[in-house]
Design a protein around this ligand. Structure first.
Ligand code: PHE
Length: 338
């Protein structure tokens, strides 16, 4: 029995030296230590040994068992690390390859411009308020001194809805809503969307405006000029000049349109400004007493000024694109450039 055990040990150690992978090792384990394994078999035969042989053989059997188990474990470790090494070689990761960058979003160019406009007026003490895009004729026209027989209504190319509702053609109705809500003094801007039936290289049916309204005692046109010139210089640079041309709006009197010196040619005259040196950016004026009456303000007590500018027009002065409709085609290759 002693020889038998020693033979098993020899055989086991030799087999372990030959084993090539973990799968072979596992079948070897079953061969030797399994329920019907070689070593198990011999151990079972121990019961037939004599009293004095049993402890000697038992000790030997245990030693051999331990030796084989140890050899088994170290072979297993070796095979495992060899396998891992091989795997690392095969699945090599090139850490110098550039990673995949997540696509990140940013503000739409028109919103970037709108944010900048808001910042400038905020610093001058104007607070941003908003109002509904679906309006009534009352707020969009009548209260702004533009009754239905007023010729200025025809100029607005209005999208009419049912029941006397319409898509607001400008942000000016929010002037009325703000004055109905609060007593003077008022100093607000109104960023928002407006709608007109219009579609060409410089017009989209939906566009953005920023309205401004300041109401207090003794407000003058020169203060309007001061605020707008300051805005223009902050928005387009210190060298920017601004001029006011007489104009007409039903809700302001006197009214003006304001131009800035062309940002392309600095006023010398070029294709961008139609060789005039000037580019129109907004409408403005002193609030008409009729507008104050519509909101129960006393025109003898308060005066004010208002202005309204087109955001796309201003965005285009910054970004210079040939057709503002591309702002709204949602082509990320285009929008991502700004
Ligand atoms: N609402 C005018 C427009 O859309 C602009 C404007 C606003 C003019 C406020 C004067 C005062 O053209």
């Amino acid at each position: 029995m002693k020889e038998e055990l020693q033979a098993i040990q020899e055989e086991g150690l030799e087999a372990l030296r030959q084993v090539k992978d973990l799968k072979e090792l596992e079948s070897l384990r079953i061969d030797f230590f399994g329920r019907k394994g070689k070593l198990t078999d011999v151990m079972k035969g121990m019961g037939n040994l004599s009293q004095d042989q049993r402890p000697i053989i038992g000790k030997l059997a245990n030693e051999i068992r331990t030796a084989l188990t140890d050899a088994f474990d170290s072979t297993k470790n070796a095979l495992e690390s060899k396998q891992q090494e091989q795997q690392l070689m095969e699945e090599a990761i090139d850490v110098t390859l550039p990673g995949r960058k997540p696509a990140y979003g940013k503000a739409h160019p028109v919103m970037q411009t709108l944010d900048r406009i808001e910042d400038i007026f905020n610093q001058m003490g104007f607070q941003a308020v908003t109002g509904p895009e679906i309006e009534t004729e009352h707020y969009n026209f009548d209260a702004l001194n533009t009754p239905s027989d007023h010729p200025a209504r025809d100029l607005h190319d209005t999208f009419y809805l049912t029941d006397g509702h319409l898509l607001r053609t400008h942000t000016s109705p929010v002037q009325i809503r703000a004055m109905e809500k609060q007593k003077p003094p008022i100093r607000i801007i109104v960023p928002g969307k407006a709608y007109r039936v219009d579609y060409d290289v410089s017009h989209t049916p939906m566009f953005h405006q920023v309205e401004g309204l300041l109401v207090d005692r003794h407000v003058t046109f020169s203060e309007l000029k001061g605020v707008l010139v300051s805005f223009a210089k902050q928005m387009f640079g210190d060298q920017t000049k601004m001029r006011f041309r007489p104009h007409f709006f039903p809700f302001t009197e006197p009214s003006a349109e304001a131009d800035i010196s062309c940002t392309v040619c600095q006023g010398k005259g070029c294709r961008s400004c139609g060789h005039t040196g000037w580019i129109e950016i907004l409408g403005a004026g002193v609030v008409d007493p009729e507008v104050f009456r519509a909101v129960n303000y006393d025109p003898e007590e308060v005066t004010g000024f208002a202005f309204g500018m087109g955001v796309e027009r201003i965005a285009n002065l910054q970004f210079r694109i040939p057709d503002i409709r591309t702002f709204y085609e949602n082509d990320l290759r285009f929008l991502g450039q700004f």
